[in-house]
Design a binder for this molecule. Structure first.
Ligand SMILES: C[S@@+](CC[C@H](N)C(=O)[O-])C[C@H]1O[C@@H](n2cnc3c(N)ncnc32)[C@H](O)[C@@H]1O
Length: 205
């Protein structure tokens, strides 16, 4: 995210937040509870959607500027010394610095397009999730229909420049392939674009 920074990222994403993401964040974060780990938290766009059943949020991101933005946002939404706890950790989804079965909820939104190794990141997410815990994902991937797939393929090299976002990955199947995760809820959207956006709510067996 280096080129954009925390405020720049939010500015660029604002139209899509209004159109889609914010609605889905609100809907999905209702599944969160207990101690939440957010992988690739960015500037904390999910923070305000966590219900009261969430006691603490640990936000992990390799970009310290993003985590600073998240701390500022957290203060605005009642996290901090007098509110719900929020912790930050500089790190990568591919090698989470946490013990197995440490979290009640693991969240990642819009990161599997960016991380170096999405499959390892998903496996790590399942590893640190407690049995009976919930994994919440909101992502995008290559669209199914050919015209949109060709279009995404054509613009992918330019799209990748500002934020290293890969438009042509297939990541939902990676989540679905983890044997210790059972599907609770899923959906897709973005009809005109060939429905590249998807969500998953999974339970750790
Ligand atoms: C597109 S932003 C998404 C931010 C936020 N999750 C959201 O929903 O708006 C991608 C985030 O992933 C982070 N990131 C990049 N590589 C990563 C990695 N290997 N592991 C974890 N996070 C990573 C970036 O720093 C950035 O904050």
């Amino acid at each position: 995210m280096g080129l954009l920074g925390s405020a720049g990222y939010e500015f660029v994403l604002a139209p899509m937040e209004l159109l889609w993401f914010n609605r889905y964040r609100e809907r999905l974060m209702k599944y969160a509870r207990g101690h939440v780990l957010e992988i690739g938290s960015g500037p904390g766009s999910n923070l305000r959607h966590y219900p009261d059943t969430v006691s603490c949020v640990t936000a992990l991101d390799p970009d310290e500027a993003m985590l600073k933005g998240l701390e500022r946002k957290g203060r605005r939404y009642g996290y901090g010394p007098n509110g719900r706890c929020v912790r930050t950790s500089v790190g990568f989804g591919e090698s989470l610095p946490f013990e197995e079965e440490s979290f009640d909820t693991v969240v990642f939104t819009l990161i599997l397009c960016t991380v170096k190794d999405p499959y390892t990141t998903v496996r790590e997410a399942a590893r640190v999730l407690k049995k009976g815990g919930v994994l919440i994902a909101m992502e995008h991937e290559t669209p199914g229909p050919l015209p949109q797939r060709l279009f995404f393929g054509a613009i992918a090299p330019i799209w990748r420049i500002p934020s290293n976002c890969h438009l042509t990955r297939n990541t939902s199947s990676m989540i679905d392939s983890i044997p210790s995760l059972r599907l609770r809820s899923s959906g897709r959207w973005g009809l005109m674009l060939g429905k590249p956006f998807y969500f998953r709510v999974m339970e750790r067996l």
